[in-house]
Write a protein that binds this ligand. Structure first.
Ligand code: C2E
Ligand code: MG
Ligand code: MG
Ligand code: MG
Length: 287
């Protein structure tokens, strides 16, 4: 009977799963060509100091976010293609391209703004991430203090000792490390104590609910206090409204990132913010 039931379940789900596996396989093949074919690019999303209004939230840096323009499908979300790149090992080549491109771009800004780059688990735990960061900093001439590396707590679960050693070596290069999506995973508190993060990024899920439920407000408040107690700075992700911004500024949150300050866009759209006068003039003339 159980067999029949499970067979029934399988026959219901199989076509869909087959399709998913086929999709992934095709995407994987296409992705392996994407870097060489120049289909990858970076979008940059501004990060500001938390002020009581947008005008008071001075831009302090940008997060670089990968974009893939598929020749047939159009834009594919990194939430879809980064995991595929991870499983297949493509992430090593891709991650190197992303890091180099982000550092090269930031090094060309007249203002010494920060740039944050996401490191995926495989890139962090299996590649020579320290050697890579070191050589790209030298190659691009970016001051190490302007680079921030974002990792999620899940990355460190795999191998605590190795994770800790890597973080220390990276910090010794002079770069900063932030914990991305804080609160979305497990074992957060012990990780904060054990690992030398410079910054905590509060997951968007808590920010969305700020005005809606008092629990989220309590958690955000507590994370800000906790982070400050550990001498870490706090940035909130996914800030979309002025009310959220004002709440965060009131609570002493250090930074904000989200559609309210700006969406992830090609850096040209933010030429004024990074201080490229030529680009601004061009935009004024042509636009
Ligand atoms: P993440 O690092 O947490 O990046 C923030 C995501 O939230 C971005 O999605 C961004 O577009 C989105 N976001 C920012 N502000 C708002 C907001 O106000 N409202 C809403 N609704 N969304 C907002 P994106 O670009 O699709 O990236 C998704 C995830 O993919 C990233 O999450 C990161 O985990 C991964 N990813 C993106 N680029 C890279 C990369 O270059 N390398 C690696 N390893 N992972 C990447
Ligand atoms: Mg991130
Ligand atoms: Mg995040
Ligand atoms: Mg996130």
């Amino acid at each position: 009977r159980a067999k029949q039931k499970s067979r029934g379940t399988i026959s219901l789900y199989q076509p869909e799963m087959d399709q998913q596996i086929r999709d992934r396989r095709v995407l994987h093949q296409d992705l392996s060509m994407a870097v060489k074919n120049g289909e990858l690019s970076l979008a940059f999303q501004p990060q500001g100091a938390a002020g009581h209004s947008v005008a008071e939230s001075e831009i302090i840096g940008f997060e670089a976010l990968a974009r893939w323009q598929h020749p047939v499908r159009g834009q594919v979300s990194p939430a879809e293609f980064i995991p595929i790149a991870e499983e297949s090992g493509l992430i090593v080549e891709m991650g190197e391209w992303i890091l180099r491109e982000a550092c090269r771009e930031a090094a060309s800004w007249p203002k010494p703004l920060q740039v944050a780059v996401n490191l995926s688990p495989a890139q962090f735990m299996h590649g020579d991430v320290v050697g890579l960061v070191h050589s790209i900093l030298i190659e691009t001439g970016l001051a190490p203090g302007r680079l921030e590396l974002e990792i999620t707590e899940g990355v460190l679960i795999e191998d605590f000792d190795r994770g800790l050693a890597l973080l220390r070596r990276l910090k010794a290069l002079g770069v900063r490390i932030s914990m991305d999506d804080f609160g979305s995973g497990y074992s957060s508190l012990s990780y904060l104590q054990a690992f030398p993060f410079d910054k905590i990024k509060i997951d968007r899920a808590f920010i969305i609910n700020l005005g809606r439920n008092p629990q989220s407000a309590a958690i955000v408040r507590a994370v800000i206090d906790l982070g400050h107690g550990l001498e870490m700075s706090i940035i909130a992700e996914g800030v979309e409204t002025v009310d959220q911004l004002a709440f965060l500024a009131n609570e002493g949150c250090d930074g904000v990132q989200g559609y309210l300050l700006g969406k992830p866009l090609p850096i040209g759209k933010y030429a004024g913010l990074v201080g490229r006068a030529e680009a601004m003039e061009l935009a004024l003339k042509t636009g």
